[in-house]
Unconditional design. Structure first.
Length: 309
């Protein structure tokens, strides 16, 4: 191992005032232990927090020049914070980690070991989690939806390591609507996998509620797959085919047997079903159109108010 190699930690921050110092100390301690042959830097990206997160980060920066802080002008979302952090990172390896201390430090060491053995991209794979029943249900549903469109995406792969070449390639992606785990997988480089157990959250409260998970799930699906559009095509062909068959049967029985089919209830139910499917399909198309429009506007993914370090 080369003692000159630098490992950068990218940590997106949003209302994490109580977790920042423990997270920093936990990671810093690795460099007097199993990672003592490396140098480190910490890139904290404050995503418009309205608590004391930024003052806490500046206190860490004052005590340790290896801490760097990027502050957004407002809340732009976790994906934007990760992108800004990777762009700012100078390390030979860049590790994206949450600020909640739920990914064990031992898993960080294994990411680095896999990188040293030639893994340009190393993805975490969460085997289990110690969370509340609701958090488990929402989290499992979220990753199940993502794996429907990206089957090779490991659960919990928002915890990952990028080598310098992969980080530079990641930074060249210019789309306005980004979903980082899928972007990392898209880069290639034959990613290596490190399984880990997600620990119970001991400090603070998750800012990922139902609405954020739903939005992230939709972003992940639309960002990475043509399947929703293919679904619309298949449903249209299926419904059209069934309608044609039904119409042919009705016409045949009317001509041959003189049978008539009265009944307003079935007609209304059928119309409601078809209209509901039509609205859903228009909604899916609208999601794609909105993303095209957002890309065409050319706005930056985030605005940096100030940086320290």
């Amino acid at each position: 191992m080369n003692p000159e190699k630098l490992i950068s930690f990218v940590i997106a921050v949003y209302r994490n005032e109580r977790e920042l110092t423990p997270t920093y100390k936990e990671l810093k301690s690795l460099f007097s232990g199993p990672l003592k042959d490396y140098r480190c830097e910490f890139v904290f990206v404050d995503d418009g927090s309205d608590d004391a997160s930024l003052p806490e980060l500046l206190a860490l920066r004052e005590a340790d020049p290896q801490v760097r802080v990027v502050s957004f002008s407002r809340n732009f979302g976790q994906m934007a914070a990760i992108i800004a952090g990777v762009r700012a990172a100078r390390g030979d390896a860049v590790i994206n980690k949450n600020a909640d201390m739920q990914e064990p430090a031992e898993a960080v060491v294994r990411l680095v070991r896999e990188w040293e053995q030639g893994g340009e991209i190393v993805l975490g794979h969460r085997l289990s989690r110690e969370d509340s029943l609701l958090a488990n249900v929402l989290g499992n549903a979220y990753w199940s939806i993502l794996k429907w469109t990206s089957p090779n995406l490991p659960v919990g792969s928002d915890f990952f390591l990028l080598g310098r070449q992969a980080a530079d390639a990641f930074n060249r992606i210019e789309e306005s609507d980004r979903f980082c785990p899928v972007d990392v997988l898209w880069l290639g480089f034959n990613p290596r996998i490190v399984p880990y157990h997600r620990m119970k959250r001991l400090i603070g409260k998750s800012q990922w509620g139902l609405s954020r998970k739903v939005k992230a799930g939709i972003d992940g699906i639309l960002h990475s797959s043509y399947l929703p559009i293919r679904f619309i095509s298949v449903m249209g062909l299926t419904i059209g085919g069934l309608g044609f068959i039904a119409a042919a049967l009705v016409a045949a029985r009317r001509l041959i047997q003189g049978t008539q089919y009265p009944g307003w209830t079935s007609t209304v139910v059928l119309l409601l079903l078809l209209n509901g499917l039509t609205m859903m399909m228009l909604g899916i198309i609208g999601e794609y159109v909105w993303r095209i429009y957002n890309q065409a506007k050319g706005r930056p993914q985030y605005i940096v108010r100030r940086t320290w370090g």
